[in-house]
Design a protein around this ligand. Structure first.
Ligand code: G6P
Length: 606
């Protein structure tokens, strides 16, 4: 949450900062701002709301300078306002920050007592005032920044810019990601490599506790004890076309449509031509694993819940699935033989990272399933399994989810192979079925016009229920999550069999009930639950296949027929109607689909 960027350039820097912030807007869009040093003079511009407001402001009130920092905000301390927008500044220093300074109240009291005048409600402003105190004591910018950092508790990626210093930025990382980009006589800093992609592909990631002293001549890196350290420069290839809308109205629409192709990429990466599963880095020895603990947040958590059905059923391994923010403070015992698996699209989610570190401290082997291969979670894992979905920009995860499912399905099949719980022909059939998924996803996408028509009706509702049984239960939760996060319609997902234990009280003829029910071995059971809804006047949208529609489609409010899919992998395919329903409902309601209110894509605070 919050994106930060810095440039020591050889051109006017304001437009470059704004372009880079555009690529970070997925991290927050409550306000945006930039600061520059021009002929030694520090100045800033800030605007509330989306980045476009800052761009407009800069047209009327430009900001000159070839050195600058910028920020796009997801509010934690203090409402979205100009005063609370970054960069924050004291007299001779400006800072941008991603994270939370946990001891800011004590620091603020101390600084106010020394006469500092605060303008904002933020934790970040303390950092600027603290640095100013050290500058006033006669310390050089580098020492002032160092002394400031020593006083800070919490999590941060910070970037300092100083009055009178046209050729200096100081970056620091503790808990929040930060990357330094190397150009030709220019240097860059950003929250991620995507922000810097058009500027340079040569990236150094700061390690935990690192500081970087950046000038146009290059960057020097120091660890948290101030010792000089070498940090590798990597060449990061980011496909720029995956960060553009490519003719679609929204990134979400593009990312939904991309699913057959990116899943094809992921499957080709993990399945050899002869049909064997190949996990990188020596894979996982499942003969030594007796249980799995899977930890994640949001949609990634629901991918883990789905994988639990697969891994338990196919490989006979018990699986615990945990929400990262709960796991990290519960201090759960990790018995011998546990494999800890962390799933995260961004690879930067603060709670998931903290849960990973908890397990790493217990000498666990860490496996992660991530989309961003250079992310903190990937880099701190013993084995990172990339999902290869390409940049996902829309805040609501779509292709990230289905590619997570595809990789987790492969993990389940590989576990089953090693443990001998599936015979060779059955295993080969499942792998072939998985390989057929991109084609089936294409067929599911072809139902979009019908989904759109139903979504227009759904957009009238104020409450919606999703039901699913077995591995369709996590998908019911995902369908409800998607719908609520982008259309703001209240939605809940339930296990079909649980309906009569409470939620059925909500059913009346104003509450659409979306039943996710492929014609599988649990179909009759789910249909019974659906009948219970209809008997109480509920309006059912049955999402099923041709057989399901023929058997149970009569009398329902709406029926949406999906292509046939092997039972095991139905959750992957049925994710698409759930996504399309949410998308078109949000479009019908006119909400901001890609950047829904109050949310951010990369949640780097607790
Ligand atoms: C946020 C996003 C979700 C995402 C969740 C976990 O809430 O809006 O789409 O599922 O974070 O993110 P991660 O990057 O760890 O998968």
């Amino acid at each position: 949450m919050c994106g930060i960027v810095g440039v020591l350039g050889d051109h006017e820097v304001a437009p470059i900062l704004v372009e880079a912030l555009k690529r970070l807007e997925y991290r927050g869009y409550d306000s945006a701002g930039i600061a520059t040093v021009n002929a030694g003079r520090l100045d800033r511009r800030r605007a509330v709301g989306k980045l476009v407001n800052l761009s407009d402001l800069l047209v009327h009130d430009p900001l000159a300078g070839k050195s600058g920092i910028g920020h796009t905000r997801w509010a934690t301390h203090g409402a979205p306002s100009i005063a609370n927008a970054h960069p924050h500044r004291a007299r001779r220093v400006a800072v941008v920050h991603n994270g939370i300074i946990e001891n800011f109240r004590a620091l603020r009291d101390e600084l106010v007592a020394q006469g500092a005048g605060f303008e904002s409600d933020t934790d970040t402003e303390t950092v600027a005032h603290l640095a100013q105190v050290f500058l006033d004591q006669g310390l050089a910018p580098r020492e002032a920044a160092e002394r400031t950092l020593e006083r800070l508790e919490g999590a941060f990626a910070l970037l300092f810019l100083f009055e009178g210093e046209d050729d200096l930025m100081i970056a620091a990382r503790k808990g929040s990601p930060l990357a330094v980009g190397h150009g030709e006589g220019e240097m860059f800093v950003g929250s991620d490599a995507i922000a810097l992609a058009p500027l340079t592909h040569r990236i150094t990631y700061l390690e935990e506790g690192d500081r970087a002293i950046v000038t146009r001549a290059g960057a020097q890196f120091f660890d948290d004890q101030g010792r000089p350290v070498n940090r590798e420069i990597r060449t990061i290839e980011i496909d720029a076309t995956r960060v553009e809308k490519g003719g679609y109205k929204h990134f979400m629409a593009k990312e939904i449509a991309e699913q057959p192709s990116v899943m094809g990429d992921a499957l080709r990466h993990y399945i050899s031509e002869s049909g064997e599963i190949v996990l990188p880095g020596g894979g996982i020895d499942f003969t030594r694993v007796s249980r799995l603990t899977m930890v994640a947040c949001g949609t990634a958590y629901l991918a883990c819940m789905t994988a639990k059905y697969w891994i338990e059923q196919l490989a006979g391994l018990p699986v615990d699935v945990d929400i990262a923010s709960e796991f990290r403070y519960r201090e759960p015992p990790i018995p011998e033989g546990t494999l800890a698996v962390f799933v995260s699209q961004s690879g930067e989610t603060a709670d998931t990272l903290a849960a990973l570190r908890y397990c790493a401290d217990k000498a666990q082997r860490i496996v992660s399933v991530v989309n961003v291969p250079e992310s903190s979670i990937a880099r701190e894992s013993d084995l990172a399994l990339p999902i290869l979905a390409g940049a996902e920009i829309s805040v609501a995860s779509t292709k990230g989810f289905t590619c997570q499912l595809a990789v987790l399905a492969l993990v389940a099949l590989e576990a089953a192979r090693q443990r001998g719980t599936l015979d060779a022909p059955t295993l080969a059939r499942h792998i072939e079925d998985l390989r057929s998924m991109p084609g089936r996803l294409n067929a599911a996408l072809a139902t979009e016009p019908r989904t759109e028509a139903i979504a227009r009706l759904l957009s009238e509702a104020t409450d919606v229920l999703f039901l699913g049984r077995g591995a369709m239960y996590p998908l019911a939760l995902e369908g409800a999550l998607k719908l609520k996060e982008i259309s703001y319609i209240h939605a809940e997902g339930y296990a079909s069999g649980e309906l009569k234990h409470g939620p059925i009280a909500l059913v009346d003829n104003t509450v659409p009930v979306i039943v996710l029910a492929p014609h599988d071995r649990l179909f009759d059971k789910t249909v019974s639950n659906m009948q219970e809804v209809m008997a109480r006047g509920g309006k059912v949208l049955l999402v099923t296949d041709a057989r399901g529609a023929a058997e149970a489609g009569e009398g329902v409010w709406q029926c949406l027929a999906m292509p046939e899919v092997p039972e095991l992998f139905a959750p992957i395919l049925y994710a698409l109607p759930a996504q399309m329903l949410a998308y078109h409902t949000a479009v019908a309601k006119g909400t901001d689909v890609d950047q829904p209110r109050n949310l951010a894509k990369s949640v780097t605070v607790e």
